[in-house]
Design a protein around this ligand. Structure first.
Ligand code: NAP
Ligand code: MG
Length: 464
């Protein structure tokens, strides 16, 4: 795709207020592939005004018509699937096959669920002598990260559209081309002018202006806990609703009766895919002491196989951050069994980090507590189920997880004691309609499916 030299506001591409630009870099070869305008508070204000002006009309549009526009959007994403995959690969660096299947495929599935939900959801219900209306919360300020650039946009915009909200999106500075492509798709789908608006720009400038804007009713943010905390504080002061999807440090708990080879191989793939840049990745593998060394060997072999297939991390700063964590793991006494801070040997350009596995990781180590956001797996040892549970729950996060057991009921019993928003039992597949979101410091609120739709609605009760 060709980069737009403007912001998509009120149904058209219009010039930015200032002259600053963001250069977009391909992290696989460090080449500049395009540039987009870096918006400021003036652009944000123009976009919020457009969204506010469009709100009454979109909120009053019958749900069936809103559903038809979301279905049309889904169809455009299907038609432009290859272009989406190529764009994500160019600016995020993920291997093309992964971009096709996941970066393009998952948003299509999610948009489909909201086309169905918008048409079928009970926006009106009877409670005793009351009629309760589920009304849109208003103008949504959406701030998204780069790690699943289209998915994170669609996971906010599709339910907001279904609810009757209007939106201003500030995407990540590293992946603005995917966001521009999405704006083109919204336009092609016939969504009315002003309902969806895009302001590209930097977090502390455009992002902060959006989070602080008094014309925004709900700030929906996905990204780091540090920025999320600031956004929540700002919104709290303005008595404004927030939805936060933050970090994770999820546990992959392999109970003694599990199919060890399968659990380890799927677990390694879960961490290494997208170069470890997945908030819900199972970055801590918990194995019983009796099968520990066997698991470590299997994990090392599985990770080594990724060496020549893994994509880069998103930028130079992330590579330095990830390297720093690997060095810290070594310094704190973990056993490096494969990988390390350097790139795989055949990569002399690009922000690559070797798939890395640490054994003998103890729960208090930095690499067992902090979100690394790179291809780094920590394997921890437990002695019994209570010990495993204490380790699994022993971080400030609670986004996802996995449990493997010979017996499904045993896995479910363990999963019910985990402080986390999602658990995959014995390698179950992703469900785009299941609520996704965090316990503890992993966030506030839920995305996806009917629970994700509810975040964009507020109730009004009429008594008769
Ligand atoms: P981030 O700074 O939290 O970025 C997320 C989004 O917030 C981006 O659009 C960003 O803009 C924007 N932003 C930054 N500062 C802001 C501010 N003061 N006010 C409003 N918006 C602001 O995350 P990052 O720097 O890309 O990554 C840092 C770490 O966050 C990662 O290493 C990882 O641990 C975590 N992370 C988690 C997720 C997740 O899905 N949970 C996703 C990405 C990152 P810019 O793009 O201009 O910074
Ligand atoms: Mg940032």
């Amino acid at each position: 795709m060709k980069a737009h030299d403007g912001m998509y506001i009120d149904g058209a591409w219009r010039p930015a207020a200032g002259r600053d630009v963001i250069e977009v870099v391909n992290p696989a070869d460090e080449q500049v592939i395009g540039q987009v305008p870096a918006g400021d508070a003036t652009d944000v204000d123009t976009a919020v005004r457009a969204a506010r002006a469009a709100l009454a009309g979109w909120a009053a549009t019958p749900p069936a018509e809103r559903a038809a526009r979301i279905a049309a959007l889904r169809d455009v994403l299907v038609a432009r699937r290859d272009e989406i995959a190529e764009t994500v690969t160019a600016e995020l660096g993920s291997p093309l096959k992964f971009s096709e299947a996941v970066h393009a495929g998952v948003p299509i599935a999610v948009a489909g669920t909201y086309a169905t939900l918008a048409a079928s959801y009970a926006f009106e219900e009877k409670v005793g002598n009351s009629t309760v209306f589920h009304e849109p919360i208003g103008v949504v300020g959406a701030i998204t990260p780069w790690n699943y650039p289209l998915h994170q946009i669609v996971a906010k915009v599709a339910p907001a559209l279904a609810a009757g909200c209007t939106i201003v999106l500030k995407p990540a500075e590293d992946t603005p081309l995917t966001a521009q492509l999405f704006a083109e798709a919204v336009h092609e789908a016939g969504v009315p002018a002003g309902v969806f608006n895009l302001v590209t720009g930097l977090g502390p400038v455009a992002g902060q202006a959006l989070a602080e804007h008094p014309g925004v009713d709900l700030v929906s943010f996905t990204g780091s806990t540090a920025v999320g905390r600031r956004i929540a504080a700002t919104a709290g002061a303005a008595v404004k609703k927030v939805a936060l999807e933050l970090g994770g440090k999820s546990a992959n708990v392999i109970l003694p009766g599990a199919d060890l080879a399968k659990a380890v191989n799927v677990g390694v793939a879960n961490v290494m895919s997208n170069s470890g840049q997945t908030c819900s990745a199972w970055t801590r593998m918990l194995v019983h002491s009796e099968r520990y060394e066997e698991a470590v060997e299997l994990a090392a072999a599985a990770a080594a196989k990724y060496g020549d297939r893994i994509g880069p991390v998103v930028n130079a700063a992330q590579r330095e951050r990830v390297r720093g964590y690997i060095e810290k793991g070594v310094a704190e006494g973990a056993r490096l069994v494969t990988g390390g801070p350097e790139a795989p040997c055949d990569r002399d350009r690009g922000y690559f980090v070797s798939p890395t596995v640490f054994a003998d990781v103890t729960p208090g180590m930095t690499i067992a507590q902090e979100e690394i956001f790179g291809p780094v797996l920590s394997i921890l040892r437990y002695e019994d189920e209570d010990d495993a549970l204490e380790i699994a729950n022993g971080t400030v996060y609670g986004l996802a997880g996995a449990v493997w057991a010979g017996d499904e009921a045993e896995a479910v019993a363990f999963a019910r004691r985990m402080e986390t928003g999602q658990v995959d039992i014995n390698g179950a597949r992703f469900n785009p309609a299941a609520p996704f979101g965090g316990y503890k410091q992993s966030g506030v609120g839920r995305e996806l499916g009917v629970h994700g739709l509810a975040e964009y609605l507020q109730t009004k009760s009429l008594q008769f």
